[in-house]
Design a binder for this molecule. Sequence first.
Ligand SMILES: Cc1ncc(C[n+]2csc(CCOP(=O)(O)OP(=O)(O)O)c2C)c(N)n1
Ligand SMILES: [Mg+2]
Length: 630
Amino acid sequence: MLSPTHETELTRAMRERARAIAGAGSLVRAIESGVLPRLVETTLAEALVLGLLKQGVSKYFAIFGHGSTELGNVLRVYEEEGITRTLNCRNEVEMAHAATALRWQYGELSAVVTSIGPGALQAFAGSLAAASNGVGVYHIYGDETTYGEGYNMQQVPKEEQGLFGRMTALLGQSYVLHTPEGLRDALRRGALCVNHPYRAGPFYLLLPLNTQPARVTVNLAALPERPQLPKLAPAGEEELKRAADLIAGASCVAIKAGGGVRHHDIAVRRLAEAAGAAVVLSPGSTGVLPDAHPQNMNVGGSKGSISGNYAMREAELLVVIGSRAVCQADCSGIGYKKARAVININGDLADALHYNNTVALTGDIGVVCERLAGYVNALRGGEGKAAWLAACAGKKAEWRAFKEQRFECPPLDDAVWRRPVLTQPAAIKVVADFAKETGAAKLFDAGDVQANGFQIVEDDRSGDTYTESGASYMGFAVSGLLAGGHAAEPRYTIAFTGDGSFMMNPQVLIDAVEHGVRGTIVLFDNRRMAAITGLQQAQYNAEFRTNDGVAVDYVQLAGAVKGVLALHGGHDAPALRRALDKAYAHDGLAVVHVPVYAGADERAGLGAWGQWNVGNWCEDVQAEWVRQDL
Ligand SMILES: Cc1ncc(C[n+]2csc(CCOP(=O)(O)OP(=O)(O)O)c2C)c(N)n1
Ligand SMILES: [Mg+2]
């Protein structure tokens, strides 16, 4: 290994540039003040790091390999000079999730770095969560050499070029840095992709092994910055007036608030109150209206709730805001049985036109909702909705009473645990309440944990719950905790996970300790992949291969990692509460293991209130879908 005093000429020059940036305070200031020349001759790998820095990207999650040693060397030097920071990880799926969570929860853009081949494919798989939830992240993968001197180990073994570039382009947008000078174009495309105002997603930079060290003259002034875009809204009044007329003329109006409404709390509330609309939430939009707000009907959809699904079913006018009509959120397209017309507020043209008979109000959700609320108020369009809102309130009371009963269910005798244990809803409620009291953020993993979770949470604002319902990627929540290791201002976060999901990404135990994460993993252990057992039972009356007979002592497993506080969550609510207190007091990662009931007792679930186009339900759902006009 070379010590800094024996660095090559190239590395020394690189270090000097990094120092100049540190001295100037930022790359842009270093260019403007002339500390750095506009034209720099360097390697593509360093030029890429500089280009990303210009877009505000200084945080990396990495698992290096022979496909990324050159880039790794740049990141080493830049970190030594205090410019970038790289968290080394243990699994690429995990680090892709962590990067997604860093952007989603904290708004911080970062880059994932892998080697060529398996590492890249794993990170690529993980990036489905970013793609599904509209979260911008850079992914940088090592790629096959451009000379074609022979197969590179770990490339796709076919006589074809650019296969990783093609694969990744299917899921997001990609650029193969075949020609170092293409960097400027690549980063311009990337900047828009990862910062897109309403359809952001992963951008993949494929970095061939031989172009990483290739020399390039890069114009630092010409490298694109993060795009600044104005908010868009309909230019004229016509559509807004038509929409306001529709609202004024309808007696039963429902707003379906999709994930896009996040952080538009005030505007959505203003429109809902102006329109006298019942607001049905999606898993990703809980909190946009305070839980106790009389117009908040809680979630609607295939799982849904008594009140949310009532409002969806009975509304004659549907106002969709920031939703891409996810099958499960709209009961596979048959959730709005009485709706005759739709007002659709979305930046994306295709999403805004998903339903027929639509007034499309394309643009920024905050701007459009505020403007529409103004027109509705002018018409007194919210009047005449009292009977509708009273009926909805009745259903919400019913849903609350139903939930209360479930929460009060005593520990049930369980066949595997051979003793009474908490039901999953009762246990999740204890932890969700604890999160609310302590101001902790909540991350939810897939499965029953996720579905029960979004039926249970009682958020009062956007940003308290992150439930990866776009892909429902098992392992997302626990991996997402790692975002706290990079966040400028980490927030105490609790990951709600199942035994199935946790074992998808247990690496986080080590990585969270290594990178100083404070947070808790609560592991709801029903010793099976219960969400799937439940579906199998509901559809075919028989379970198949959704559990195993291997007992795992998760307290011991987690406790084997130095720095992790591993606790048993007990068998009743007070014991769980005590464990959470202890976990919270620990200055690091804690794991609370909670055995939960699995079995036929219906008090162990919160029900499914909508329909879904899967398994042997397809025929019925599709027959309805064909007949409805919307
Ligand atoms: C990576 C991945 N594999 C498979 C699935 C399909 N799937 C969804 S939920 C689930 C079971 C989840 O089990 P667990 O985490 O134990 O939660 P539980 O339903 O038991 O509460 C499976 C297999 C998925 N969503 N993600
Ligand atoms: Mg489970």
